[in-house]
Design a protein around this ligand. Structure first.
Ligand code: ADP
Ligand code: MG
Ligand code: ZN
Length: 653
């Protein structure tokens, strides 16, 4: 502690002490509160020694020495005189004269009452100033810079070691760090330094984290804005903000400017449907102008993040602007394991937790989702009053991140339950019967998130290649729910809407993208790119094919689904007994796993399976990862209910 801050500390202690003494000395402190009617009773009884009145404030000292303040008294100014008031309340003058009455605050003359407000103000000011100072000292004062809306952080504590499992990206960014640490070294050799680095990747992959880590490693200030901050109602504000931001940055070189979600301003110009020169465009132009204005040895690096590179204006990607592009991808198995370890650093984990296993079964999870999963697990462990986070919590955490929390409290009628059970059993039975489907891992009719139930399968290997046969089987299995409803309930519900969407999407891509239809041949009719407003607007046929081709595409999609549907009906009819048994077990037990599914497929009776489950009941609880490989996002048939979507819409209204 410096000498100066020590002095300040003593001043603060002094001021607080003085203020406390002042409060203690003031009569109001510690006084008992009574009602006005009680005061009148006391007055009549002659138990009041002194009375102070100031406006609405009534205070009294009783004969026995206690002090009271009065609540709900009228204003004395409502009466012409005090004695008139006393008459009003029925007290005689002689009783009055026995009381020492003062018309004003009893403390009015005391030095404390005049000093108190002043001391209060000083106290508040000092405390405020101290907070500001210590925050600035810690280096994380998030202050608004001028009107730029940017946040500045210096001395960021984030390091590359906090970003796990992205070695290639780290290597590329290490260069940027090097440059920020010593810009002269590069410019003396005539090296052109990248002025812009674009981080491209899906949400939650650590783009923001990376940008911060670069600033942290280089020890430079970090100016951050979000693209959407620039999008304002008033034309010109965004451009001005950009100017302010860059001016500010220039005064603080070397530094990093980070523009998150740059797609909000960096969209292709001229793509908007209405009017060319909108606010967004001016803002984008201003960013380009500023970046072009960098001198070779300016120590400013602009980093930007986006998950929609396809809609960015090509001008942003030209040399001298965002000419360095770094893809930040979803982590692979090893990456996931490392991310889990990073986030488990400050969490007590049970000894039998194996991050390799958890990493293996969380294919498709982003870094943010993995962090979230550990957090959910920690919350679950805390709720169960456990000291350590175990496998069970991790398993539930995965399911929660994948599909939202279980909704055990949702009211499900018996007939709904039976319907969902048949639906899920339909998926599960077909998944077992279709040779190319992955093995079933978990079937449940417990509602989760927006799903009424789900069937989870797990591939046996790590490869992600999909073959024609696998896709066809997947379509067949996805139709299983609907088909089971057709066969058993002899009516269909809206529960299959998500399945039908999934099936149509798969079939469409098989035909138009993957060349899997003989009639259409090996031609890609559609790219994966989402249609962007305006860009292709007006082109009559988007993919550049004729009306006839469009009709053929439609009929091919229809044929694929039709064939799969027929196969599903046939298979489920042949295995009706298994379907019935499985749905009865589901109604009874709500969730079944690999073993039970295998038993049922071999023809076990539902009673047998239920008895088996009753016996082993807790095996799953102790080690849920037993026999498990990798259920991934793509392998869950989660059944969203139509009715719930509607009720959600209602709440939004
Ligand atoms: P993005 O900006 O790409 O959407 P963020 O950087 O905001 O993602 O990541 C959100 C959170 O996810 C981070 O704060 C961090 O906790 C976690 N995270 C994401 N990727 C990683 C990673 N590679 N290593 C460690 N944590 C990560
Ligand atoms: Mg981000
Ligand atoms: Zn379904």
């Amino acid at each position: 502690m410096t000498k100066k801050s020590k002095i300040i500390m003593w001043i603060v202690i002094g001021v607080v002490a003085v203020a406390l003494i002042g409060i203690l000395l003031s009569d109001a402190f510690g006084a008992e509160e009574i009602l006005f009617s009680e005061l009148l009773t006391l007055l009549k009884k002659g138990e009041v020694e002194k009375l102070y009145v100031d406006g609405y404030n009534w205070q009294a000292t009783l004969v026995d020495g206690t002090m009271v303040t009065v609540e709900g008294g009228p204003s004395i100014y409502d009466y012409m005189s005090f004695s008139m008031f006393m008459n009003d309340v029925g007290l005689s003058v002689d009783k009055l004269s026995a009381i020492d009455i003062q018309f004003a605050d009893p403390n009015a003359g005391s030095i404390w009452s005049s000093l108190m407000p002043l001391l209060g103000i000083i106290l508040v000011a000092v405390v405020f100033w101290l907070i500001m100072r210590s925050a600035a000292g810690a280096g994380n004062a998030n202050m608004n810079i001028g009107k730029s809306k940017a946040q500045v952080q210096s001395n960021l504590k984030v390091r590359f070691s906090d970003v796990a499992g992205a070695e290639e990206e780290k290597e590329e960014l290490a260069e940027v760090v090097e440059f920020l640490k010593n810009p002269k070294k590069f410019s003396n050799l005539g090296a052109r330094i990248p002025s812009g680095v674009l981080l491209v990747g899906p949400p939650g992959t650590g783009k923001t984290l990376f940008a911060k880590a670069v600033a942290g490693e280089a020890g430079v200030p970090f100016f951050s804005v979000s693209g959407s901050d620039f999008v304002e109602m008033y034309v010109g504000v965004g451009a001005k903000r950009v100017r302010d931001l860059f001016d500010m940055a220039k005064k603080n070189q070397p530094c990093i400017i980070f523009v998150d979600e740059i797609d909000a301003v960096g969209r292709r110009r001229g793509a908007g449907l209405g009017g060319g020169h909108d606010e967004r465009e001016q803002t984008l132009n201003q960013i380009l102008v500023q970046m072009d204005g960098f001198e070779a040895n300016d120590g400013i690096i602009v980093m930007a993040a986006t998950n929609r590179e396809d809609i960015l204006d090509p001008a942003l990607l030209r040399p001298g602007r965002f000419d360095r592009r770094i893809n930040v991808n979803l982590p692979d198995v090893k990456g996931r394991e490392q991310i889990l370890k990073v986030h488990a650093r400050n969490k007590p984990m049970a000894a039998d937790v194996n991050f390799k296993t958890v990493a293996r079964i969380t294919a498709g999870f982003s870094g943010a989702e993995l962090a979230n999963l550990l957090n959910e697990a920690a919350i679950l462990a805390a709720r169960a009053n456990k000291k350590l986070i175990g496998n069970l919590e991790l398993y539930d955490g995965i399911n929660k991140v994948l599909m939202g929390p279980q909704k055990k409290s949702r009211v499900v009628t018996e007939s709904d339950k039976r319907c969902t059970a048949y639906h899920e059993a339909g998926h599960a039975v077909l998944a077992c019967l279709c040779k190319h489907c992955d093995p079933v891992h978990e079937v449940s009719i417990i509602p989760r998130g927006r799903a009424a139930g789900y069937t989870m399968t797990r591939p046996e290997t790590d490869d992600n290649d999909v073959s024609y046969n696998k896709l066809i089987d997947n379509i067949c299995m996805s139709l299983g729910g609907r088909v089971a409803e057709e066969l058993v309930i002899q009516d269909v519900t809206t529960g299959a809407s998500a399945d039908l969407q999934h099936v149509s999407e798969l079939a469409r891509r098989m035909v138009t993208q993957w060349g899997m239809s003989d009639k259409l041949g090996l031609v890609a009719y559609d790219s994966d790119q989402p249609v962007f407003m305006g860009m292709e607007y007006g082109n009559q046929s988007r993919g550049g094919y004729s009306q006839e081709t469009a009709a053929t595409i439609d009929s091919e999609i229809r044929r694929l689904i039709q064939e799969a549907h027929e196969r599903a009906v046939k298979l489920l009819k042949e295995n009706r007994a298994v379907l019935d048994n499985m749905s009865r077990v589901l109604v009874e037990k709500e969730t079944i796993y690999t073993e039970e599914v295998a038993m049922l497929m071999k023809g076990a009776d539902y009673k047998e399976v239920i008895a088996f489950m009753d016996e082993k009941e807790d095996v799953h609880k102790t080690n849920p990862f037993v026999n498990m490989t990798k259920p991934s996002k793509e392998h869950i048939v989660s059944d969203e209910t139509e009715s719930e979507e509607k009720s959600e819409e209602k709440t939004e209204e």
